[in-house]
Design a protein around this ligand. Structure first.
Ligand SMILES: Nc1ccn([C@@H]2O[C@H](COP(=O)(O)OP(=O)(O)OP(=O)(O)O)[C@@H](O)[C@H]2O)c(=O)n1
Ligand SMILES: C[C@](O)(CO)[C@H](O)COP(=O)(O)O
Length: 226
């Protein structure tokens, strides 16, 4: 089965507060997005990547793409107003029946093992969404105040979110709704059952400056073989 990763990196990174969008910031000498691309290239020899970028950063993207070990497997396209629109733009370039991984470009610590687990899950069940358990206690705000939720039933959703191409492409023909915070929510709206697989605690979404420090440390430990 052909494999395509839509790696969305079309955001501006407002919460990070840097002039350069966070996907281009350096971590141990390489841009954040370089690590993400490398994990997908490493996962399967026939993995192809559609990298979605802000229009004004296509040239930077081209340089990063060329600095990977197999740029011929990576194509670039332009992002949209929201993450949903960026994913939709990326999906438009997939025309073959395939397995599609949608992934946040700024989740740069994912491993090839997680990508392969997503593939197996999607082939088996039709879709596979990476998720991890909660380690904090969880409360929900209610009309009267708030109440505790059973954290053993809570799953924190990550990417990759992996689907057969026909399902995810038709789901993204729907109009945007503000509840569409990930691909699972868009596909579920078509009545499709969502299947979760075990994600990785280190697969953080780089959002704020603290996340960069954590990512540096994780990469340092991996380089030392820890
Ligand atoms: N219009 C957008 C918005 C987001 N993304 C991508 O979606 C991923 C997750 O989004 P988020 O962490 O929210 O990134 P930003 O939107 O860049 O950050 P912020 O919300 O702080 O501005 C990132 O890789 C981001 O580049 C995108 O491709 N297109
Ligand atoms: C897709 C996602 O990473 C799953 O946790 C998340 O919903 C993206 O959220 P954001 O609003 O783009 O930060």
């Amino acid at each position: 089965m052909e494999k395509y990763a839509v790696v969305v990196a079309g955001g501006s990174g407002l919460r990070m507060g840097t002039t350069v969008p966070k996907q281009f910031l350096e971590l141990r000498g390489k841009p954040v997005i370089w690590y993400t691309l490398t994990a997908f290239l490493d996962s399967f020899p026939d993995m192809q990547i559609i990298l979605v970028l802000p229009e004004q950063h296509l040239q930077t993207g081209q340089q990063i793409l060329r600095s990977t070990y197999d740029p011929d497997r990576i194509w670039m396209t332009v992002g949209g107003e929201t993450r949903f629109h960026s994913v939709r733009n990326g999906l438009q370039h997939i025309r073959k029946h395939s397995i599609v991984f949608v992934h946040d470009g700024v989740r740069c610590l994912l491993t090839p093992e997680l990508i392969r687990r997503c593939y197996e899950g999607a082939v088996d069940k039709g879709n596979a969404i990476a998720a991890v358990g909660a380690t904090d206690s969880i409360r929900i705000e209610t009309f009267n105040g708030n109440e505790q939720l059973d954290r053993n039933k809570i799953r924190i959703i990550q990417t990759p979110q992996t689907f057969y191409s026909d399902i995810v492409k038709s789901a993204f023909e729907q109009d945007f709704h503000e509840s569409f915070t990930d691909e699972a929510s868009v596909v579920e709206k078509l009545g499709v059952k969502i299947h979760l697989i075990e994600g990785e605690n280190s697969n953080i979404k780089i959002t704020r400056p603290l996340d960069l420090l954590i990512a540096e440390k994780v990469l340092e430990e991996r380089e030392m073989g820890l």
